[in-house]
Design a protein around this ligand. Structure first.
Ligand code: GDP
Ligand code: MG
Length: 252
């Protein structure tokens, strides 16, 4: 029998940030538990029944009295994972847009690519995403790739595997909220950690709750962070050329 080399699910944690996710969180967490025994949920001051949905599940639940933002929630999940000595973390959104069935693939790729962040890239059924989000995601990919010095596919996806080294780096990031996903890729690249993207399904359903992502405010905050890093780095011309010249690593 051929033994598949993979990162063991027992040695990682799945971290799920949740803000008002009472509709989806129970099925998301139950599915994650099928693939990993260590699930950490951060209920970020939800005003709905998110916590009640999780009451009887065998997970670690971190609860905030007030919302502190997605980045802060993730950092607390990372900190719990570091304290418990895990090798890394898989992150998933709490609204059902990511499938737990993709966790084994991310872990297999994680084992094949040490010192890489593994991104679940929403390439399958990409046309399901609203046009505005697709345009914004493509623009973000272009700028983050330039700044990081590597062509990266789906820089805004929240489903990822972060090796332990990146969990440590994340502690020092200055920005909060949705800037986190972009900034961690750039910070990791500054330390020689690269990205590999694995194709996953793009899931957008009609009639779901409004996104917490604020198109104007959050795009402005991400743009400002990138512009500042480019400015401080002398516009990183070498990085720009490398990102344009070398193709991204994508596993279909
Ligand atoms: N803890 C926490 N999680 C958040 C916050 N904002 C968004 N999230 C979570 O981040 C994930 C992505 O948010 P979502 O609104 O679905 O963004 P979209 O998928 O980009 O439209 C979901 O799991 C949310 O529950 C926040 O302020 N705090
Ligand atoms: Mg979502």
């Amino acid at each position: 029998m051929v033994e598949l080399n993979t990162q063991s699910a027992a040695n990682i944690a799945v971290v799920i940030p949740a803000l008002n996710e009472e509709l989806a969180i129970r099925s998301v967490v139950s599915a994650a538990l099928l693939h990993c025994p260590n699930v950490i949920v951060i209920d970020d001051g939800s005003s709905d029944g998110t916590a009640a949905q999780l009451a009887d599940l065998p997970i670690s639940l971190i609860t905030h009295a007030q919302p502190q933002g997605k980045a802060q929630a993730m950092l607390e999940g990372f900190s719990a994972a570091l304290t418990r000595g895990y090798d890394g973390v898989v992150t998933m959104d709490g609204d059902g847009q990511h499938g737990a069935e993709d966790i084994p693939r991310l872990l297999t790729v994680a084992a094949q690519y040490p010192r890489h962040i593994v991104i679940g890239a929403r390439l399958r059924g990409r046309n399901n995403a609203p046009g505005g989000r697709r345009f914004g995601n493509d623009a973000a990919d272009w700028f983050v790739s330039w700044t990081a010095g590597q062509a990266i596919v789906d820089t805004q996806s929240g489903q990822r595997y972060y090796p332990r080294e990146v969990l440590e780096l994340a502690k020092n990031l200055p920005h909060s909220g949705f800037v986190f996903e972009s900034e961690i890729l750039i910070e990791a690249a500054n330390h020689g950690i690269r990205c590999v993207s694995v194709a996953i399904e793009s899931r957008y359903q009609e009639g779901r709750r409004a996104s917490h992502f604020r198109p104007f405010t959050d795009v402005m905050r991400i743009t400002r962070m990138i512009a500042w890093r480019l400015f401080c780095g002398g516009f990183r011309i070498g990085n720009y050329l490398r990102a344009r010249r070398e193709p991204p690593i994508v596993i279909r």
